[in-house]
Design a protein around this ligand. Structure first.
Ligand code: ADP
Ligand code: ZN
Length: 605
């Protein structure tokens, strides 16, 4: 029999286990159960795929997402693994063939949806064959508290009763303690070994910037850093999704809209193109995401503020599952603060519920406004301590400048007071800046003592001051017209007993460019190697089209990058590149070698 290490090398083309993979695999190899909590992209799949191959019999994988099974199985088959799935999408005779293969011991891995597995017929079939393990993926689906609850998952404890000698492994990327305990309890996994990894995603670069011209900021980000990369742009409303997608297409990007208001077939088509084509940008409401298992999403951009830190972490977490450098960009402004605050206030539910929504929103705003490491703050929110600043977020890369905003704040607060606390930010700023517009004159605000006392700052700079004072609780935004009002917290500041440090507006929208330690995928390629990189991508694209699979099923970006770095000119040298195992060498090696030879450095010819 082959050892886990040999399988890692020959089948998957990797040299070393990552994180707790080795221990998890050893646990299953010795017939014991395991509960694995690892962030997205941590490498959960190998934890059960390798022992399923190394132990006698077929491994059964329970997964709630039928749409993903096919991709997972295709990827395994490309690596030479005898894998299959059974679900309601399969024609009857194909399902028959798979059952026959199972009965003849010709399968190493079988993927099943829970409802299929729990059918007495399926359970009977499994009783007749040797099984290496049960893997229960997305195990948080047993949690009634979560968003992904699936009633079928609750019955999976029957596996323990019916197959007492087959080891089980449950896996999830959901971090919190309560869910973990619930999984262990409901799946009878109290005796299992628990493996809890850090939830940090070091390959994701977090950036949060003030909105100043969001379209231009997005465009610059895409053009400078994400050319030809796949990514997701999140917006709050359906109309904004449509408009943004249209506009990106006019700018020459391959952008597709996705929201719950589109017909089901359009949604399915856009999702499919996102998975299968190279470099598609999906502009979406949060309806898009669950079940998107694409490893090479290089960026996630938010054009509106997420409702909570949890939502932000989950949505940004869709970037970089393959462990490659990825970037997240959130643009936020005063209007987001106002809009979300109003949504929370107007939402259904008790006062207590509204208070909680408000708290969640405040935590999110706090994350936006901090001047220390974002990753430390994020992880602290999930009760995890990162000892050092990360060096891979905007505040680490370009420490924000602050300025003493006490005087500006006092001017603004007085102006809100003098104009009667009945106007929104735009009007108050007009008064501060001495505007001569009609509204100012109509209300006689060109006569108040604060008229024209704020000409030293632009309207944009004043908006940043307003936003920060709202976030810090000095100002409240009220009602349909978003009037600004003072709060109790203002008093010490107005009496000159307190000072405020504010963030400086960046000189222009050009965020933190150039200094990033690890930029986007394409940016990491030496300009001299750009043609080779493009040629390798084209080769991958062609093979993917011929085989009707997504490009990453052929090779991940990391593997192409490995080829660019090593420029292998022989099959042996190619095999040394991470991500190339025996089967992929056999199937795709020659095609890529031909490209590599075309670009061979002169000295090796
Ligand atoms: P998860 O299911 O935890 O989100 P995956 O199992 O999809 O993560 O793995 C994420 C990525 O990491 C995949 O591209 C996978 O091939 C890669 N990977 C996993 N384990 C290793 C390893 N030991 N060495 C190199 N790459 C790995
Ligand atoms: Zn940091």
């Amino acid at each position: 029999m082959t050892s886990p290490q040999q399988i890692l090398e020959h089948t998957f083309g990797y040299t070393e286990f990552r994180g707790p993979q080795r221990q998890v695999i050893d646990t299953l190899m010795s017939g014991r159960d395991a509960l694995v909590l690892m962030p997205t992209g941590g490498g959960k799949s190998l934890c059960y795929q390798i022992p399923a191959l190394a132990r006698p019999g077929c491994g059964v994988v329970v997964s709630p997402l039928i749409a993903l099974m096919q991709d997972q199985v295709e990827a395994l088959q490309a690596a030479g693994v005898r894998a299959a799935f059974l679900n309601s999408s399969l024609p009857f005779d194909e399902a028959q063939n798979i059952e026959t293969a199972l009965l003849h011991g010709e399968l190493d891995l079988l993927y099943l949806a829970p409802e299929r597995l729990l059918q007495p017929r399926t359970l009977g079939l499994l009783q007749r064959v040797e099984l290496s393990l049960f893997a229960i993926d997305e195990a948080h689906c047993v949690s009634q508290w979560g968003h992904d609850f699936r009633a079928d998952y609750l019955q999976l404890n029957c596996l323990h009763e019916q197959f007492p000698r087959v080891p089980r492994i449950a896996l999830t990327a959901t971090a919190d303690q309560r869910t973990r305990e619930e999984i262990a309890r409901r799946l009878d996994l109290e005796g299992a070994e628990h493996f809890v990894s850090s939830f940090d995603r070091p390959n994701i670069q977090y950036r949060i910037a003030q909105k100043n011209n969001p379209r231009r900021q997005l465009l610059q980000f895409l053009r400078d850093e994400q050319q030809d990369n796949a990514g997701i742009v999140y917006c709050l409303s359906r109309s904004k999704v449509e408009n943004t997608a249209d506009w990106l297409r006019q700018q020459g990007f391959n952008a597709l809209p996705y929201h719950a208001g589109l017909p089901a077939d359009v949604r399915a088509d856009h999702q499919r193109r996102f998975l299968r084509e190279d470099g598609v940008i999906v502009v979406a409401t949060i309806a898009f995401g669950m079940g998107i298992d694409k490893p090479d999403v290089r960026f996630v951009a938010h054009l509106d503020l997420p409702k909570s830190v949890e939502a932000y972490y989950q949505e940004t977490g869709r970037a970089g599952r393959d462990g490659e450098a990825s970037t997240t960009l959130l643009l936020y402004g005063l209007e987001d603060v106002v809009k979300l605050g109003q949504m929370a206030a107007g939402s259904e539910g008790s006062e207590e519920h509204k208070r909680q929504e408000r708290n969640r929103l405040n935590a999110m705003l706090g994350l936006c406004e901090i001047t220390s490491c974002r990753r430390q703050a994020l992880l602290r929110y999930f009760a995890e301590e990162l000892p050092q600043p990360c060096g891979n977020c905007d505040t680490c890369l370009q420490p924000p400048q602050t300025w003493d905003g006490t005087q500006a704040a006092a001017k603004l607060l007085s102006c809100v007071y003098r104009t009667g606390q009945r106007f929104g930010a735009a009007h108050v700023i007009d008064v501060l800046r001495g505007s001569e517009n009609e509204k100012v004159r109509k209300f006689g605000h060109d006569k108040v003592s604060t008229y024209g006392i704020g000409t030293e700052y632009t309207a944009n700079e004043w908006r940043a001051v307003v936003r920060q004072l709202v976030v810090r609780g000095y100002l409240e935004v009220e009602g349909e017209f978003q009037n600004l009002r003072l709060t109790e917290a203002c008093r010490p500041l107005l009496r000159g007993e307190e000072s405020v440090e504010l963030r400086t507006l960046p000189p222009s929208a050009k965020a933190s460019r150039g200094e990033s330690r690890s930029g986007a995928a394409a940016a990491d390629i030496d300009p001299a190697d750009e043609p080779l990189w493009q040629a390798l991508r084209a080769c991958r694209k062609q093979l993917a089209e011929d085989k009707g699979v997504p490009p990453y099923v052929i090779f991940h970006d990391a593997t192409l990058r490995g080829m660019v770095a090593a420029k292998p000119q022989s099959r042996e040298a190619l095999l040394a590149v991470s991500g190339i195992g025996d089967s992929k060498l056999e199937k795709f090696g020659d095609a890529f070698l031909a490209v590599l030879r075309d670009f061979a450095p002169a000295s090796t010819l």
